[in-house]
Design a protein around this ligand. Structure first.
Ligand code: F6P
Length: 360
C-alpha cells in the first residue's frame, strides 16, 4: 500500500438521505491523508460500461451544500447483480469480471462501498474475487443491517414518517376518521415502530408480528369508547395479512413488489368498525428529503472512519454506530443475520406499556 493510494467509492442499493454527506466526509478525510478518491457512477454499473463511468472527487466539490443534499451525486441502482446480470433477451449473465477489470483499469486499491446488506454481499464477493480491499458504510432507511445501531438514512426516514403523522392527526380529528399510514422498511418494522411511537399512533403493525385485524378493530372501538373520535394506524409495507402472506402487486413494468397492505388494512378497519377510513402511502418521500442532523453527524463519522480503516489496512470491515461511537465490525458478521425488530425490543415493550396495539 502506497501513500497517494487510489480509493474507489460508490453508493449501491436504494438511495436515502445522507449519502452525499458520507461522500463529503470520505473525500475530505482522504485529502488530508493524501489519497485520491474516485467516485464510481450508478453503483457497480459504472464499471460495466466502456469508457468507465467515474469522476475524481475533490474537497472543493463538497462544500456545505453537499451535507444538506438528498440523494447521491454518484447515482445508484438496486438492480443488476453483476453475478446474474439481467440481459435484454431475458437471460442472466455473470459480468463480475468486467467490473473487476474496471477496478484494475482505474488502479483502485481499495473500495468504500456505501450500501445495505444485499449490496455488501455482492461487493464482498466481487472484492474477494478481484483482490480488492473493501470497507463498508451501512446505509438504508430500513435499518436492517446487523451490528450497527443505525444505518445512514434511517433517522431521516423516521423523521419524515413522524411528520406525516403530525400532519394526519389534525385532519383525522377534524373529520372523525381513522388514518392509516403505510411506511416503508421492507421486512423490518423499525420505521413503523419508531415513527409510530414518536407520532402518537394508536396501532403499529410491523412485519415481525402477524397482524390479527380483530385486535386492531377492538383497539379502535376502545379509543371510541374512551371518547376520542379519531385514530392513527401505522402499517409497515411488509405486514402479513391473515393468511400469513405479504401483499405483493404486479406493477406496469412487470415487476412484482410489495404494495397494498395500507389499503387492505384500511378497508378491513372500515368494514369491521364502520369508521370512516383514509389511507396514505408515504413511499419514496421517506428517502428523498434533506438529511436530519443525526444522519449528517453519523455520515461524517462513518465517511471519515472508513478512510481511516483503509489507512490502517483494516479491510473487510464495516463502520458501525454503537453507544454514541463510531466503531467497525467484520462485514462478514454484519451480513450473517438480518436485523429485524426483536420481540423484546425496548420499543416493543414501550409500545405495549403505552397501550399501543401491535396487532397481537
Ligand atoms: O430498501 C429501501 C427501500 O426503500 C424499501 O424500504 C422499499 O421496499 C424499497 O426500497 C423500494 O424500492 P424501489 O426504490 O425499487 O421502489
Amino acid at each position: 500500500m502506497t501513500n497517494g493510494m487510489r480509493i474507489g467509492i460508490l453508493t449501491s442499493g436504494g438511495d436515502c438521505a445522507g449519502l452525499n454527506a458520507v461522500l463529503r466526509a470520505a473525500v475530505h478525510r482522504a485529502s488530508r491523508v493524501g489519497y485520491t478518491i474516485l467516485g464510481i457512477k450508478e453503483g457497480t454499473a459504472g464499471l460495466l460500461t466502456r469508457p468507465l463511468q467515474y469522476e475524481v472527487l475533490t474537497p472543493d466539490q463538497f462544500d456545505g451544500s453537499m451535507i444538506r443534499a438528498g440523494g447521491t451525486i454518484l447515482g445508484t441502482t438496486n438492480k443488476g447483480d453483476p453475478f446474474a446480470f439481467p440481459m435484454p433477451d431475458g437471460t442472466t449473465r455473470d459480468r463480475s469480471m468486467e467490473i473487476i477489470g474496471g477496478f484494475r483499469e482505474l488502479g483502485i486499491e481499495a473500495l468504500i462501498g456505501i450500501g445495505g446488506d444485499g449490496s455488501f454481499r455482492i461487493l464482498k464477493k466481487l472484492c474477494d474475487l478481484g483482490g480488492i480491499n473493501l470497507v463498508g458504510v451501512p446505509k438504508t432507511i430500513d435499518n436492517d443491517v446487523s451490528l450497527t445501531e443505525v444505518a445512514i438514512g434511517f433517522d431521516t426516514a423516521v423523521q419524515v414518517a413522524t411528520e406525516a403523522l403530525d400532519r394526519l392527526q389534525p385532519t383525522a380529528a377534524s373529520h372523525h376518521r381513522v388514518m392509516v399510514l403505510e411506511v416503508m422498511g421492507r421486512d423490518a418494522g423499525h420505521i413503523a415502530l419508531n415513527a409510530g411511537i414518536a407520532g402518537g399512533a394508536d396501532v403499529i403493525l410491523v412485519p415481525e408480528i402477524p397482524a390479527d385485524l380483530q385486535k386492531v378493530a377492538d383497539k379502535i372501538e376502545q379509543v371510541r369508547k374512551g371518547g376520542r373520535n379519531f385514530a392513527l394506524v401505522v402499517v409497515s409495507e411488509a405486514v402479513r395479512d391473515a393468511s400469513g402472506d405479504t401483499i405483493m402487486k404486479k406493477f406496469a413494468d412487470g415487476e412484482i413488489r410489495l404494495g397494498g397492505i395500507g389499503h387492505f388494512v384500511g378497508d378491513q378497519i372500515a368494514k369491521m368498525t364502520g369508521a370512516e377510513t383514509r389511507v396514505t402511502v408515504l413511499g419514496h418521500v421517506q428517502r428523498g428529503s434533506m438529511p436530519s442532523w443525526r444522519d449528517r453527524m453519523i455520515a461524517a463519522a462513518f465517511g471519515s472512519h472508513a478512510v481511516d480503516l483503509i489507512k490502517e489496512g483494516k479491510f473487510g470491515h464495516m463502520v458501525a454506530w454503537s453507544n454514541r461511537q463510531v466503531i467497525d465490525v467484520p462485514i462478514e458478521d454484519a451480513i450473517k443475520n438480518y436485523h429485524s425488530v426483536e420481540l423484546d425490543d425496548t420499543l416493543i415493550v414501550t409500545a405495549r406499556e403505552l397501550g399501543i396495539c401491535l396487532g397481537d
